[in-house]
Write a new protein. Structure first.
Length: 281
């Protein structure tokens, strides 16, 4: 896909599993299980999918997945699978070296979004992308340093503290236009200072949905994750974005959907529905 000066590539960084009830909040299993099947422990498969935007001057990575720093116990708990796909493998397939990445946009600092920012080399924890400026909302970083008991387990300091030590972390304070094609938008329902990205030219708009709309199954308004800190705000944020997506014919990028990469939405009988989907090969 090409938008403005950027060629856009999907980057598969691996797969993992989370509790289906947590992913769909108040929605009964009898309903969400029709959309996505769970295993015997009630967990559902999820992708850790990122985007790479390349131009003549920049190579921008949006989110870095779960990374490779997991111990065996954690890999079992989250059923992490990087056998076929990982951030390193996917970039290699695109013939991109880690040293070539100029910028990293982090939606937020949860481990499934920022885990690939750092890696161990000979037992030393270092930034995975030594030449990349890493952009995060200032209040998200501040929250990650002192999270609530509810979301403390979602933040791992080793994913982002080395970026500060090496002078690679850059703070953004609120919404901003990064360049002609990339607008950074702020959402606070899932976590404080989640930044999502509208990538647009005169012909196309791609919206990086992050954890506002983690899968195509989260399009219906009540389908809200239990992980969200402010679920009522998430509902309002969803309604606003989906309304614009219908009105302006946006393509939505689903970061965590295991099979559906992108989709467009429509309204039928007052409800938002996916009308056009692109599935992984």
């Amino acid at each position: 896909m090409k938008i403005g000066k950027y060629t856009i590539h999907t980057v598969d960084t691996g797969y993992f599993h989370l509790d289906g009830g947590a992913m769909f909040g108040i929605i009964p299993k009898a309903l969400w299980n029709k959309r996505i099947s769970s295993d015997e422990s009630n967990k559902i498969p999820l992708a850790a999918r990122s985007l790479l935007l390349t131009s003549s001057k920049r190579k921008i990575l949006i989110d870095t997945g779960m990374g490779e720093k997991w111990d065996d116990k954690s890999r079992i708990i989250y059923q992490i699978d990087t056998t076929e796909h990982s951030l390193t493998k996917s970039l290699k397939e695109l013939k991109i070296n880690k040293e070539e990445i100029t910028d990293i946009f982090l939606t937020h600092l949860h481990f499934d979004h920022a885990g690939g920012c750092t890696e161990y080399i000979k037992d030393k924890l270092i930034p995975s992308f030594p030449n990349a400026n890493c952009y995060i909302q200032k209040n998200q970083y501040e929250w990650a340093l002192n999270p609530s008991d509810k979301d403390r387990g979602s933040f791992l300091q080793k994913d982002f503290q080395p970026l500060i030590k090496e002078g690679l972390l850059r703070f953004i304070d609120g919404e901003t236009q990064f360049d002609d094609e990339i607008k950074i938008m702020v959402f606070n329902g899932h976590t404080f200072g989640q930044q999502l990205f509208k990538i647009q030219d005169s012909s196309n708009t791609l919206f990086y949905s992050g954890d506002l709309l983690p899968t195509a199954h989260h399009i219906p308004m009540p389908y809200i994750m239990s992980y969200d800190l402010q679920p009522l705000l998430t509902v309002n944020e969803k309604r606003n974005i989906l309304g614009k997506a219908v009105e302006e014919d946006w393509t939505l990028f689903f970061q965590h959907d295991p099979v559906c990469i992108t989709g467009k939405v429509t309204i039928k009988d007052g409800k938002f529905l996916v009308k056009e989907e692109k599935f992984k090969a």
